[in-house]
Every structure is written in C-alpha cells, then in structure tokens.
Design a protein around this ligand. Structure first.
Ligand code: ADP
Ligand code: MG
Length: 574
C-alpha cells in the first residue's frame, strides 16, 4: 500500500517536472537537459537553507525557486542565437557542471553522500507527516503548475511560443519580441522545476547528486515525448505510466533482479520508436489555441467576402520608407552597394533585377532583419537604422518572405491571428490578472484574422494545417498574415513566384487595394506580365547597385535593361 502511494507521489513530482519542461520543450521547441539541474538546484538550496541555516521551509523554498529562475535566465541567455542541437549540448553541459558542483563542494552539499535528514515541509505549522499526507500537497502543486502552463500555452501567449518554435525570424518580423518570450519561459519553467525539486528533497528527507543527473534528465524528457510535446495533460499521464512501470514489472515478477535492466531497455526502445514514428508524442498537441479538451473553437461570424475594414487606411499611413546609401557585404560579395531607395505612400513600387542582385537583402536591411554595414533607413521622420525587426514591424513596416516562412505546425487561422499586433493575451500580466481583457482581445484578433482570410478567399481552409496547403495558397496565407499586422508599409518578396495566374490576379487586386488605402507597397517581381500591370515606379537592381529608376512603362521600353534582365544568359548567376 505504502509502496503504491509512494509511486503516486513520484508520479506527481515527475509529472510536474515534465510539465515545466514541456513549456520549454513543447511550446518553445528547445530540448533542455538542464531542467534536472534546476530541479536539483531547488532541492539543494532548500536543503542547505533549512539544515545549515535553520530557515523555515517556506522562505527557503522561495529562495530556491528564485535561484532556479535565475539559473533559467542564464541558460536562456546562453541559448540566444543558438540552434536547437547546440542548446541540447549546452544544457547537457549545465547539467554536468551542476552535478559536479554538487559532488565536489562537500562543505555545503555533503558531496556524493548528499544532505540528510531534511525537515519535512511545513506551511502555517502544518506539515505532511506521512507518505499519504504528501499526496494532497503534491497534487495541489502539480495542479497549479499544470494550470499555469496550460494558461501560458493554450492562449495567445502560447500561440506566439509555437510561432517562435516554428520560425523565430518570421515571428520577429510580426513585431513580437522573441527574446522576451524566451527569457520569460525559461525563467518560469526553471522556477517551477526548482519548486518541485525543493518539495522532492523535503519529501525524501534527503538530497544527493544521484537524483539530479542524466538519468533524471532523460526520464523527464522521455515523459514529455511520450505524453506529447505541447501537451501538458499528456505529461501527467505519461509520468504515471513511466514511473509506475518498474513497480508493475516488479509485481509481474519478471525475474526479480532483471526488472531494472528490463525497464531501462524498455524506456530506450520506447523512446527510439516514438522519436522515429511519432516525434510529437503519443498524444498530439491541439492545433487550436483556446480549446478545452478537443473541439475547434468556432470561427467568428462569417464576414462579407472581400470585407474591407482590414484594408482601410491604417493609423499612421502616409509615411514613406526611405533608404539612404545602404550597403551590406557578405564576405567578398557586396550584396548592397550604396543603395538609395524611396518608397512613396499610396503607390506600388516594383523592385526588379536578376537573381542575386540584392533585392531580398534590401528588404532584410529595410526591415531590420539584417543590420546594414552603412547607410540609414527612415520611415517618415522616424529613424529606423539598426533597429531590430520586431521594432520596425511595430513602427509599421510589414514584409513577406521569398521563402514564405509560415508557421508550419500551426493551422492556417492561427498563422494569421498570431500576426495581429498588441494582443493583451500575449503579456503575462493580463494573461493571469485580466482574463476578460484577454478574451476581448482574442475575439477582436479572431475577427481581424477571419476578415484577412476572407479577403484572400481562404476562409474555407482556416482549420487546415498550413503545411497541407498548395504552395500558391501558402503564399496567400502569408499575404493574409501580413494584412493582419495592419502595417502601413508592405514589402512583398516575390509574391507571385510559383503561383498560378488566378492567384496572381488576386494578389494584384489586394496589392492595388492596399496602395489605394494610402499604404506604401513595394514588391519584388520577376514576371514581366505582372510588372507591366503595375502602374508605379520601378527600381532596377543589379549586383547590389540601383542601375535604373523609372516608371514601369519607361523601364520596360528600354531594350538594354529588358535584354540584360530577361534575355542575357551571361547575367544569370542564380
Ligand atoms: P535577390 O533577392 O536579388 O535574388 P539576395 O539579396 O538574396 O538577391 O542576395 C544577394 C547576394 O547576397 C547573393 O550573392 C547572395 O548569395 C548573397 N547573400 C544573401 N544573403 C546572404 C547571407 N545571409 N549570407 C551570405 N550571403 C548572402
Ligand atoms: Mg530574393
């Protein structure tokens, strides 16, 4: 009996730890092995403060939680601009260092033997005196952690996390400050791991380095994978399954002493099979934010097809985007060389030129996706030079990418709704303190997204995973996503490439409507027929330099340019 109650407690502790890891691993997309170290840091901090310094449990645990949060921030700082594979290695190093410190700093940590006994936790003089008495305590803590992670993950906040997981660069281009989310998530998640660690140490009444090593890290990662990434409820179920497995095997009497090796082999085989055949876990994440246990949320009331409030003149329209003397080198290549460009409001400006001319680089520099080596970028009176892309996006500069860059694991609708700026549910304060405001903001954002989708005639695909869509439709989703930002400047990188004439016409209609509303529009275009249908001016870029600026009609009438661009195989350097 006592044994099974202990199994329940262990499952609660590792379930809670797995939920906290799932926030980082499932929603943000980083596999962290450092969570076992945060868990250990929480346990040791609590143990040292209560034993050596005779602090009461609650303040000691508070400090333990803060210490783990700080460690989480440090790991987040180290993981910036690091790809996922390196984050795994880096967090493995953190785990290894933490474990080594626990083993070597004998005066404080007790070295390999650890610290014991530890006073049981107490709150207002109440303290769980038996294994059974711990069940409600651990249940409440696990439930609270589950509720917090659920709120963070299944909300506008979690939608941004998933976008970051799928494509941080595109998320930043929507005006989301990616590093803020990364820091917050690592700190919150590590704090939770530290809290669970402190409770675990108190429950066992001892701490030792063996509890916080690679075994624990692997077990928690296995629980997350088994239960489903970005599925916190799945983590609890998987924890119950994996934690009770050894005892069930023991009960089944499979050769007594062989139970532990059999269990480890079973974990290993299960992990390999899962990662091979079901990398997102047994229980899938929901593709819709905001649902409760299944069922897609209803789309907002159908809007009139081609409803035009999303394309009405945005606040702050009527500002021109300008680049002066812009230069950008990649090693020996001058991708941009002293480029001057002026994009007037209310017009469509075309940017043309052969492959490799520097057109996409110019967009990247204008939007702050890349920092120019020299030159300035201005929006009206505003100096945007050197500003990161989330800032230029917030100032009103929106863009699409040549390689589309949709959020591949999200639905069409979520791809668009995530682009709506300034959603209250993307900030921690309102998310936990002002649920009504969050709900109101979400309704408004969903209406905007529905309108944008209807504008590009994709409402019927709203619920589909975006990677099910044909390439041409994906380009239209990218256009809808851009519309949802409500930007005053829209830079479109090859919006018609790889699509059929019907979609090209629709795209041109949308673009004309946008320019007609006073927006500043610039598009990179290769298709001669499309270029001829544009009325504005065109810049001709070659080898990083503007070689001609004129009306589209005049440029197209220049045989030399048309020849060099469309006819000269010698110029093809794709
Ligand atoms: P375009 O969009 O006109 O086809 P790009 O702006 O993509 O041209 O590229 C201009 C030049 O800069 C090309 O020679 C390309 O290879 C180079 N380039 C672009 N981005 C990078 C990068 N991130 N790193 C190195 N070279 C790059
Ligand atoms: Mg390009």
């Amino acid at each position: 009996m006592e044994l099974w109650v202990d199994v329940v407690n262990q499952a609660l502790v590792f379930g809670a730890l797995a939920i906290s890891l799932n926030l980082v691993m499932g929603y943000l997309g980083y596999l962290s092995l450092a969570h076992a170290a945060f868990f250990g840091l929480g346990a040791y901090t609590m143990a040292v403060l209560t034993r050596t310094h005779e602090w009461p449990f609650v303040p000691a645990t508070t400090v333990a939680v803060l210490a783990s949060a700080v460690a989480g921030l440090v790991v987040a700082l180290a993981s910036l601009r690091m790809s996922g594979e390196y984050v795994v290695l880096m967090t493995l190093a953190v785990l290894s260092i933490g474990n080594q410190v626990a083993r070597s700093w004998v005066d404080v940590t007790g070295g390999a033997t650890g610290l014991f006994p530890i006073e049981p936790a107490s709150l207002f003089g109440l303290s769980p005196q038996s294994v059974v008495a711990w069940v409600p305590v651990l249940s409440v803590v696990t439930a609270v952690i589950l509720a917090v992670v659920w709120r963070l993950g299944e909300s506008p906040y979690g939608r941004v996390l998933k976008a970051i997981r799928d494509d941080p660069r595109a998320t930043s281009a929507l005006g989301k400050r990616v590093v803020r989310f990364q820091f917050q998530v690592f700190a919150i998640s590590a704090a939770m791991a530290g809290l669970v660690g402190a409770l675990w140490g108190s429950y066992l009444e001892f701490v030792s380095p063996t509890s916080f090593g690679l075994d624990a890290a692997m077990l928690v990662a296995a629980i997350v994978v088994l239960g489903g990434t970005a599925n916190p409820v799945g983590s609890v179920i998987a924890a119950a399954a994996l934690i009770s497995l050894p005892d069930i095997l023991a009960k089944l009497d499979i050769g007594g002493d062989n139970a532990a090796p059999i269990r480890n082999v079973a974990y290993g085989v299960a992990l390999i099979l899962l990662v091979r055949y079901r990398p997102a876990g047994l229980l899938r994440e929901s593709r819709h934010v905001g649902r409760l246990f299944g069922g897609a949320p209803p789309l907002p009331e159908a809007v009139a097809p081609g409803g035009d409030s999303v394309v009405s003149t945005p606040a702050g329209a009527g500002r021109r985007l300008g680049g002066r003397a812009l230069s950008k080198r990649f090693g020996a290549i001058a991708a941009l060389d002293d480029v001057d460009i002026e994009l007037p409001e209310g017009q469509i400006t075309a940017l043309i030129g052969p492959n490799g001319a520097g057109k996409s680089t110019l967009f990247n520099v204008l939007t702050g996706d890349l920092r120019p080596d020299g030159g300035t970028v201005t929006l009206g009176e505003l100096d945007l030079t050197g500003q990161p892309s989330y800032r230029t996006a917030r100032a009103g500069v929106g863009r699409t990418f040549q390689d589309v860059r949709l959020f591949q694991t999200m639905s069409v609708f979520d791809n668009v709704v995530v682009a709506v700026p300034e959603q209250p549910g993307e900030r921690l304060g309102p998310l936990f303190l002002a649920p009504a405001r969050v709900r109101g903001g979400e309704d408004a954002a969903r209406r905007i997204a529905a309108e944008c989708l209807s504008f590009v005639r994709l409402d019927h695909l709203a619920d589909r995973p975006v990677n099910d869509l044909a390439f041409g439709d994906q380009k239209l989703v990218a256009l809808a996503r851009l519309l949802a930002m409500g930007s005053t400047v829209m830079l479109l990188d090859e919006p018609s490439a790889g699509t059929d004439p019907g979609r090209v016409s629709m795209m041109l209609d949308v673009v004309r409507t946008l320019a007609g509303s006073g927006r500043t529009v610039c598009l990179v275009e290769h298709n001669l027929d499309v270029i001829r249908r544009l009325e504005g001016r065109a810049y001709f870029l070659d080898e990083g330099r503007i070689v001609a600026v004129d009306t589209v009609d005049h440029l197209m009438a220049s045989p030399a340019l048309v020849e060099s661009y469309f006819g000269g195989p010698a110029r093809e350097r794709a």
